[in-house]
Design a protein around this ligand. Structure first.
Ligand code: 3PG
Length: 306
């Protein structure tokens, strides 16, 4: 019988896990969970007899695939699949999928929530500022970026976006100004919300040169990946600017230093929590389960990324 492993170091909400199990069992498969594991070895041991794995930010390395001789498919319940060794998956004839759009609203709500939190001086009781009338630049207009735009327009923000992979017409249909130059986005906006994936061409791409284009008092909000930030460049820009702010759902490695030197101008959540809502867990987890069933029963490769 096909065995599906749900391997989530950061577990899904209990209701979502229950729903995922029900969908898998209804298809006639068995479902096992490995949650809150503390070493890669635990994952390696758990994959020996599985044909499919559902993961979140869990690392699927060559070692994991070497230990899983029956593995056919890995579904990342979420958007970014930079945690999966795609080359090795392809070499092992393992299909890798993501579940685009399923957790995007949760991430977008967190991005706006972080903007409010920082604009209101981290709720310390002093006078802050409002989002209304401020300029928001969205860097990458994918599923999360679109939700950010919708919510930000509700706040009364002036929204623009830069995304070389999305047409101007599609962006402007949402009431968002399309900007065709990334420097212009960074130099004209009060808030910049980052939604680029982490890949070979984006890693460390946000550094001193781009940050030094930002307006006085600008805030960069990163609910994407820490790897897209050039941390030395971020530090250098903090040292140069007296008003730049950085809030992130993914703390940089030099976070302690940034906190020590620049205090509340830098704030990161203690644990990545953009997609941590029961709705997002349910949407992404159940979509992942259904994609596995579709692939195993009908060879459906929609959302395959390798
Ligand atoms: C994603 O890529 O979907 C998000 O970053 C969410 O990641 P998570 O499932 O590890 O919370």
């Amino acid at each position: 019988m096909t065995k599906v492993l749900v391997a989530t170091d950061k577990p899904f909400a209990a209701g979502a896990a229950k729903q995922i199990k029900a969908v898998i069992e209804e298809a006639g498969f068995t479902c096992a969970f490995l949650e809150k594991y503390t070493s890669p070895q635990e994952l390696i041991l758990a994959v020996a007899d599985v044909e499919a794995i559902i993961i979140r930010s869990d690392l699927i390395t060559k070692e994991v695939m070497d230990a899983a001789p029956h593995l056919k498919i890995v579904v990342r319940a979420g958007a970014g699949y930079d945690n999966v060794d795609l080359q090795s998956a392809t070499a092992h004839k393992v299909v890798v999928m993501n579940t685009p759009g399923q957790n995007s609203n949760a991430v977008a709500e967190l991005a706006l929530g972080m903007m409010v939190y920082q604009a209101r001086n981290q709720f310390n009781g002093t006078s802050g500022t409002e989002l209304f009338g401020k300029k928001l630049g969205i860097h990458a207009y994918g599923n999360v970026g679109k939700h950010v735009a919708r919510i930000a327009r509700g706040f009364g923000m002036e929204v623009s976006a830069f995304d070389p992979f999305v047409s101007k017409t599609a962006i402007e249909a949402d009431g968002v100004t399309a900007i065709d130059n990334v420097d212009e986005l960074y130099s004209t906006c009060d808030y910049i919300s980052l939604h680029i994936p982490a890949n070979a061409s984006t890693k460390q791409s946000i550094g001193f040169d781009l940050l030094s284009k930002t307006k006085k008092g600008a805030m960069l909000v990163n609910t994407a990946r820490k790897e897209v930030i050039d941390e030395a460049g971020l530090l250098k820009w903090f040292e140069t600017s007296d008003s730049f702010k950085y809030v992130s759902d993914v703390a940089p490695d030099n976070y302690d230093l940034l906190k020590e030197k620049f205090g509340s101008r830098c704030f990161c959540t203690p644990k990545k929590m953009g997609a941590q809502t029961s709705e997002a867990n349910n949407n992404a987890g159940v979509a992942a389960a259904r994609q596995i069933i579709g692939f195993i029963k009908q060879d459906d490769t929609t959302y395959q990324v390798n």
